[in-house]
Design a protein around this ligand. Structure first.
Ligand SMILES: *Cc1c(COP(=O)(O)O)cnc(C)c1O
Length: 448
């Protein structure tokens, strides 16, 4: 018989099985497989910690998002937000699903080209585009979303030199009733700056104003904020139609739909509270369809959804390093996944599940990562079953931002594995080795 792990005796109120005034006690079910691939096998084959991405989940989520919008509006185009997860294999799944690329740097722009995206299907956002970046985007016929007047004048200059008419849009920020307001990007609607920018582009005639863009924030819990935003963009489009007789090719409402993760301090779990794709789609398309825009010349509706399309598809699989008691008697579990691999633990209370069924007795625990720094906390307080050293666990909904905001800090980044729709595994990013990291370092002669 296997020896049971020793646990120092600890007196605590037993709540398993008994309803309290808050309802039934929490249960944490085991996640023993991902898309029917046993977690134990994944760790044995690819090591721990490990990122796992479900291709099936991406495609199913994408299908639901497309359906929500396509059933409500005739012309819809998704553009994959590279910064949300820029692993090539992931981007290519989205491109296969018909998504264009939405990029915010030259690095991401070049990555999109490398993934075979046609220049004319790349949307170039962000405040930092050099003259060289702009020249490249103009040359490739990409859509450039102008962030500020300095950028507008730079594009006008370059367009003159290249003798080309760049396709541009302006990014618009506005009050959507959500605090804090994101007004650092683009031109403001309420104070007339956006309308001013539109007029300057139209009168100049060096640029083709193809669309209007906004990105009102991220993890937006209010579908109504999108309705307000779309109504304001549609108003600008209508004024443009009236004054210049020009119909925009598209209106780009950006990204920001909430994923089903739970924000820190939220009272209810995200999966019970965040709006569905249908609710977002209803808000956005009704504002567009009910606007004054000529119904025979409706613009394409572009969506730059990132987080809500990829968060659910990503898992982190890891191993318990040790258990200990803190000075106040609280239980602490140290695991091999830290904030270096899970940047989103600063915002979310991620669900963590044991990889095999365990006792139903949960105890409030703190889950620490392996890094030698105080802020390396995955969960401040979670009712968690007792896992012993070497046990495995699965963290859900980590597909968004972790594989781009990860840090090579203290240790190396592990393998990323994609499980395809037939259940086959593929390494889509190899675990880093010492050589990968020091390859770009240089030693001055006097230290050689
Ligand atoms: C980050 C970003 C997105 C994606 O946002 P999500 O919250 O991941 O949906 C879309 N558009 C722009 C301009 C962005 O900066």
């Amino acid at each position: 018989m296997e020896k049971k792990p020793f646990e120092r005796p600890y007196i605590k109120k037993l709540s398993a099985g008994m309803p309290s005034k808050f309802g039934m006690p929490v249960r944490i079910d085991a996640i023993s497989s991902i898309d029917e691939y046993p977690v134990e096998d994944l760790i044995e084959k690819f090591g721990s910690p490990l990122y796992v991405i479900s291709e099936k989940n991406i495609r199913e989520t994408m299908a639901r998002a497309k359906q929500a919008f396509a059933t409500r509006y005739p012309k819809v185009q998704f553009a994959w937000s590279y910064k949300t997860n820029y692993l090539n294999a992931v981007c290519r799944v989205f491109h296969q699903e018909g998504s264009w690329a939405e990029v915010v740097s030259r690095f991401e722009y070049d990555k999109a080209l490398h993934n075979g995206v046609n220049g004319s299907q790349i949307i170039f956002n962000g405040p930092d585009k050099t003259d060289d970046d702009l020249e490249c985007a103009i040359h490739n016929d990409s859509f450039i979303h102008i962030d500020h007047f300095d950028e507008m004048y730079a594009i006008i200059d370059i367009a003159g030199k290249l003798n080309k008419k760049p396709k541009v849009a302006i990014r618009v920020n506005m009050d959507t009733g959500v605090f804090p307001m994101w007004d650092r990007f683009g031109f403001n609607y309420e104070n007339g700056e956006a309308w001013d920018a539109i007029n300057r582009i139209m009168i100049n005639e060096k640029l083709e104003l193809a669309g209007l863009h906004t990105h009102i924030g991220t993890y937006m819990l209010s579908a109504n904020a999108y309705k307000v935003a779309m109504a304001k963009l549609a108003d600008l489009a209508f004024r443009l139609e009236k004054k210049f007789g020009v119909n925009l090719k598209y209106i780009d409402i950006g990204g920001g739909f909430a994923s089903k993760n739970t924000l820190k301090g939220a009272y209810l779990p995200g999966k019970d509270t965040v709006p569905t794709f249908d609710e977002y789609a209803e808000a956005i398309t009704s504002a567009l369809l009910n606007s004054e825009i000529n119904p025979r010349k409706l613009p394409v509706l572009i969506l730059e959804t990132g987080r809500a399309l990829i968060d659910d598809a990503g898992y982190l699989v890891g191993t318990v390093i040790a258990n200990k008691r803190l000075s106040d008697g609280r239980r602490a579990t140290i695991v091999d996944i830290g904030v270096n691999l899970m940047f989103t633990s600063f915002w979310y209370e991620h669900e963590i599940h044991p990889a095999k069924s365990s006792s139903e007795h949960l105890e409030e625990s703190t889950i620490y990562g392996p890094l030698c720094m105080n802020i390396d906390v995955l969960r401040e307080a979670i009712a968690f079953p007792i896992l012993k050293k070497g046990d495995h666990f699965v963290i859900k909904r980590i597909g968004a931002y972790n594989m781009s905001q990860w840090m090579q800090f203290i240790t190396l980044r592990p393998n990323v594995v994609l499980i395809d729709i037939n259940g086959n595994d593929h390494i889509i990013r190899k675990a880093e080795k010492l050589e990968d990291i020091i390859a770009s370092e240089k030693i001055p002669d006097h230290l050689a």
